[in-house]
Design a protein around this ligand. Structure first.
Ligand SMILES: *[C@@H]1O[C@H](CO)[C@@H](O)[C@H](O)[C@H]1NC(C)=O
Ligand SMILES: *[C@@H]1O[C@H](CO)[C@@H](O)[C@H](O)[C@H]1NC(C)=O
Ligand SMILES: *[C@@H]1O[C@H](CO)[C@@H](O)[C@H](O)[C@H]1NC(C)=O
Length: 180
């Protein structure tokens, strides 16, 4: 971490101590984070691209294992690029996706189905009022890497664990098997 940023963090911490405010957990976000999205029978690349405000072509850039935009296998994962913001009053790093509610949707279905467990029903409740006018705020957590440290470790992936999945499976899923 370079000196000016360290100083900035120190002075913000000092200020919040003086003001008696809660310390900020983030100061700024970053342009690129990745979300690990598991395809279901109902999702495909164009669906996920729409859902997460990107394009199928941009998704392909972060998924060398996917040969073309029509190739999707149920149960496989893809890295979806998204912008990572510092949310609220420096509360946490995440991104708010606007989701158009469809008939029959529940918080549970939106979290586990459409968003493939990248968010939770609790978080949908927390960031939405009951009468949401057909749109939901869907908050997905993220982290910002430091590309000055290394290209690989400069990118962080939001990776919802599937039932029974441990660190080994995660490493395999990310293609990091050999370096771990
Ligand atoms: C992709 O998924 C959406 C949502 O399930 C569906 O409406 C659409 O027909 C699918 N497109 C293709 C090319 O399979
Ligand atoms: C989300 O988690 C639930 C419960 O573990 C699981 O049944 C569902 O298949 C998961 N969704 C996806 C898209 O993997
Ligand atoms: C996001 O991260 C916070 C802690 O950093 C955690 O409490 C929360 O459950 C996470 N939300 C989701 C939807 O994963």
């Amino acid at each position: 971490m370079s000196r000016p940023i360290l100083l900035e963090i120190c002075s913000i911490l000092m200020l919040s101590i003086i003001n008696g405010a809660k310390p900020k957990l983030c100061i700024r976000g970053c342009d690129l984070a990745l979300a690990s999205y598991t395809f279901s029978r109902y999702s495909n690349l164009s669906y996920v691209a729409d859902l997460m405000h990107t394009t199928p072509q941009s998704i392909l850039l972060y998924n060398p294992q996917i040969p073309n935009v029509n190739y999707v296998v149920t149960g496989e994962r893809a890295n979806i690029p998204f912008k990572c913001d510092c949310i609220g009053d420096g509360d946490f790093l995440g991104h708010v996706f606007e989701y158009n509610v469809r008939s029959g949707d529940t918080y549970e279905a939106v979290a586990a189905g459409a968003f493939a467990n990248l968010t939770t029903p609790e978080w949908l409740r927390r960031f939405n009022v009951p009468d949401h006018g057909g749109k939901l705020n869907v908050v997905v957590n993220c982290s910002c890497g430091d590309t000055r440290v290394s290209r690989e470790y400069g990118l962080f992936v939001t990776y919802p664990l599937a039932r029974g999945e441990g660190a080994e499976a995660v490493a395999r899923g990310l293609g990091l098997g050999r370096s771990w």
